[in-house]
Design a protein around this ligand. Structure first.
Ligand SMILES: [Zn+2]
Length: 328
């Protein structure tokens, strides 16, 4: 079972939250803000568990009935508020339904928790409905609004919540945490890098994404002359579904490469092909900036319905020009 201590590095307020919830001295609404994968949802669940726990000693105990039900996701007083299946946004009907339920239901363990894992998905109407509820909150109910986009929430909602900021871990801390969760040290370092210290994201990285990062940087930074371009584009030319992911990976790679060119970090353990490291050593930052601009232009091309193959080709042609000046 996860504990509050596991998240101590993610926010300055973890210990405070722990003691507030274990002693049931919490406020009625929290805004957990921070990048994806920084523990916001896990901490919200721990808070609910601490408040509901019937253990005698340290709370949450993890073994009493309420704790077990929260862990299993079956506690009737812990509600996760999400869009209906197949929908992107949380409609006002969904919200009204849950609020009605917590207002009338006789509660089992004295506290009801509403967790909004992506609070920014509430429609304007839903936010207004929630605002009314927060103005006169039902008794013994706690709202956890979780988001990586706090600006998407009404300022009047934000002002009624206690804001707790969550942060990524620094890379050695993130790698240590991933190792503690059972990853091999090298894998942990690579994933910590790829997810920029967001442990939850690091755990969610799949093998295919890792492989794409290596393969794509190998293919891209192996291009030296215009004659190489077509062969390099070929494996990706039909990547319609994947095109956003490919551009994301490239953008992330170019950003890391520029950091390496600027001497701010190394590309070791970052999951890139050796060709990318060679490029970063040979080409100065000005080249990285031009490459970055080429990736941005390619994104715009794709957005305006130019074929992905043509957009990708334009990035590679930029590289061939660079190669004539700074062979790597
Ligand atoms: Zn318990």
């Amino acid at each position: 079972m996860q504990s509050f201590e596991d998240f101590a590095g993610q926010s300055a307020h973890i210990a405070q939250l722990h003691s507030d919830f274990a002693s049931r001295a919490f406020v009625h609404a929290y805004l957990f803000a921070g990048p994806k994968g920084t523990g916001k949802k896990s901490v919200a669940r721990l808070c609910a568990m601490a408040a509901l726990c019937r253990g005698e000693g340290k709370r949450p105990c993890g073994v009493c009935g309420p704790c077990r039900r929260v862990l299993a996701g079956t506690h009737p007083d812990v509600h996760t508020v999400e869009p209906e299946k197949g929908k992107q946004l949380i409609g006002v009907d969904v919200l009204r339904g849950v609020i009605e339920e917590v207002s009338v239901r006789a509660f089992e363990d004295g506290v009801k928790a509403l967790i909004f894992p992506e609070a920014e998905r509430m429609t304007a109407q839903s936010q207004n409905c929630l605002l009314k509820t927060l103005e006169e909150p039902p008794e013994d109910t706690v709202f956890f609004l979780i988001t990586d986009q706090p600006a998407a929430l009404l300022p009047t909602i934000v002002s009624r919540c206690r804001t707790v900021r969550f942060h990524p871990l620094d890379l050695p801390q993130a790698a240590a945490r991933l190792t503690a969760l059972g990853l091999a040290p090298e894998e942990a370092r690579r994933r910590a890098r790829m997810a920029e210290g967001c442990v939850g994201q690091a755990l969610a990285i799949d093998e295919a994404a890792m492989a794409l990062r290596e393969q794509l940087t190998r293919d891209v930074f192996s291009v030296r002359r215009p004659a190489d371009v077509l062969a390099a584009v070929n494996p990706y030319k039909d990547a319609k579904e994947q095109k956003t992911q490919i551009l994301d990976v490239l953008e992330c790679a170019v950003r890391d490469i520029m950091m390496a060119q600027a001497g701010r970090m190394t590309l070791e353990d970052a999951g890139y092909a050796p060709q990318a490291e060679a490029y970063a050593r040979a080409v100065p930052l000005s080249g990285g900036l031009r490459l970055s601009a080429a990736v941005t232009r390619a994104r715009q091309m794709v957005a305006s319905n130019v074929s992905f193959a043509a957009a990708f080709e334009s990035i590679l042609l930029n590289l061939t020009e660079e190669y004539t000046q700074w062979p790597w």
